[in-house]
Design a protein around this ligand. Structure first.
Ligand code: NAD
Length: 469
């Protein structure tokens, strides 16, 4: 199964196409495997197959759908080691973290397997019975980024299938293989054409988002691309769920105890080498605890071990691809001139897209590292004195994915957290997520919801059944 070349999946068949995508290991910059590349013709074939499969699947009993999701979860578990190794090779994350991603994917799949779409009785009186039903949308296209390739593929597949839809999955060009392997392992248990997997080098996205046979796009990626998806899906009024970028602020209050919270803040900023949509990307610290907080975070960063994810004891892998690597280097170079580096900040010429865990203090809003989404292992720490001013700064971003407030007085911290303009706010933690908790971006961090009942509902169409007695 763990071959060097991975075909795409159309109508239950593994298809080798004329064109090949070479996949690079970001720890070595060497090509280690390849997959077939899909064209517009393959997209048309996949849409036709999905439409055919959906006609039957959409009529199936919820128990059959739940059973299939449980079987998919089982298959992922059985193949978890192969999937984790492939994930480390293509994404770069340390093997234990890749294993964690697979476990998380299983958890999401099992969660949706335990759910059902809820019909509602709206009214019943002497003259009528009114009910709200939830129907499938048809063919859903799921477009994923490269930070959690397998998890994102699975957490879009599971609710889409549960709601009675068929699917076209398109992974990111630099991390297609774990999704292709996912297709190989579920192929034998899913009806033909119900899940199709197409890979590309960034050309297929616009063809998918404008395809007349696709009814919904579930997209995770950058805000810039999300806007293109909305524009392209607009003319056919496709249903859209857009989970986009973020520039999450964390606010450390005057009464916080830095030694208690530094490790959690550090991990919330640096997990997956900072390549997490809802990572802490700007840290605002009250002046009274600023020195202590900077020094506690420096200690955390100095201990971090970065390297090839297959080596023992590695906490952080490389950036996933060259484009992101260069972007983060440029942000650090500019920030170094305006703030003070207290850990990391130097780059080597060795192969691999490695950036040391970098902490920059004494920096201000208005600098790209603070204002833009870095999506990498560098955290700016900004000193503040006035609470109202820092709330304004935290909210002064076009993004609104998440935010957190840290302090000993939990009620007070919660009051402040509720004032952040973000889809999720946390107190004394950040990015605490789960399949049963809806995730939604405010402002330019997205449209719609993923996960939980609200996320599941987005894969369905409401039908009101109004019967006169
Ligand atoms: P990206 O937007 O470049 O690519 C995402 C996907 O979109 C890829 O599969 C890509 O091939 C595809 N794509 C590219 N052009 C397209 C187009 N015109 N139409 C349709 N699809 C197109 O994002 P990325 O660089 O792969 O991922 C990093 C970004 O994703 C970060 O900004 C991060 O915050 C965001 N992200 C958000 C979440 C979330 O849940 N909010 C999760 C992970 C990543």
């Amino acid at each position: 199964m763990n071959s060097e070349h991975y075909p795409i999946l159309i109508n239950g068949e593994l298809v080798n196409t004329d064109k090949v995508i070479k996949v690079i290991n970001p720890s070595t910059e060497e090509v280690f495997a390849s997959c077939s590349k899909a064209t517009e013709k393959h997209l048309d074939e996949a849409v036709k197959a999905a439409q055919k499969a959906q006609k039957i699947w959409g009529e199936s009993d919820i128990a059959i759908r739940q059973k299939l999701l449980n079987e998919i979860a089982e298959k992922i578990s059985e193949n978890s080691e192969n999937l984790a190794r492939l994930l480390t090779l293509e994404q770069g994350k340390p093997l234990d973290f890749a294993r964690g991603e697979i476990e998380f994917a299983v958890m999401f799949c099992k969660y949706f397997a335990s759910q059902k779409l809820k019909n509602k009785s709206l009214k019943e009186d002497a003259s009528s019975i009114v009910e709200l039903h939830r129907k499938p949308l048809g063919v859903v296209a799921a477009i994923a980024p490269w930070n959690f390739p397998l998890l994102i593929a699975v957490y879009k597949t599971a609710p889409a299938l549960l709601a009675g839809n068929a699917l076209i999955l398109k992974p990111a060009p630099t991390t297609p293989l774990s999704t292709c392997m996912f297709g190989q392992i579920i192929r034998e248990i899913i009806p033909k054409g119900l899940v199709n997997i197409l890979t590309d080098e960034n050309e297929l996205g616009p063809m998918i988002t404008s395809h007349p046979g696709i009814n919904k796009i579930s997209f995770t990626g950058s805000t810039e691309t999300g806007k293109k998806v909305a524009e392209s899906g607009g003319p056919s009024l496709k249903r859209l769920t857009l989970e986009l970028g973020g520039n999450d602020a964390a606010i450390v209050l005057e009464d916080a105890v830095p030694s208690k919270i530094a490790e959690d803040i550090f991990n919330s900023a640096m997990a997956n080498t900072g390549q997490v949509c809802a990572a802490i990307k700007r840290l605002y610290v009250h002046h009274s605890v600023y020195e202590e907080m900077c020094s506690a975070l420096k200690d955390q960063a100095d201990k971090a071990i970065i390297g090839d994810g297959f080596k023992q004891g590695i906490n952080f892998g490389p950036l996933q691809n060259k484009k992101q690597y260069e972007k983060v280097i440029n942000l650090i170079k500019e920030a170094k001139e305006k703030g003070k580096v207290i850990s990391g900040g130097e780059f080597s010429e060795n192969p691999g897209f490695f950036i040391p865990i970098t902490i920059i203090r004494d920096i201000e809003d208005g600098i790209s590292l603070v204002d833009e989404e870095q999506f990498g292992p560098v955290l700016p720490i900004i000193k503040y004195s006035e609470l109202e001013e820092v709330i304004e700064k935290a909210n002064g971003s076009s993004y609104g994915l998440g935010g957190s407030v840290w302090g000993e007085d939990i009620d007070f911290a919660t009051q402040i957290a509720k004032r952040l303009q973000a889809g999720s706010v946390w107190v004394n933690q950040h990015a605490a997520i789960g399949p049963d908790i809806p995730l939604s971006g405010a402002k330019e961090s997205g449209i719609g919801v993923e996960w939980g009942e609200e996320g599941l509902n987005e894969f369905s169409q409401i039908q009101v059944v109004n019967v006169k007695k």
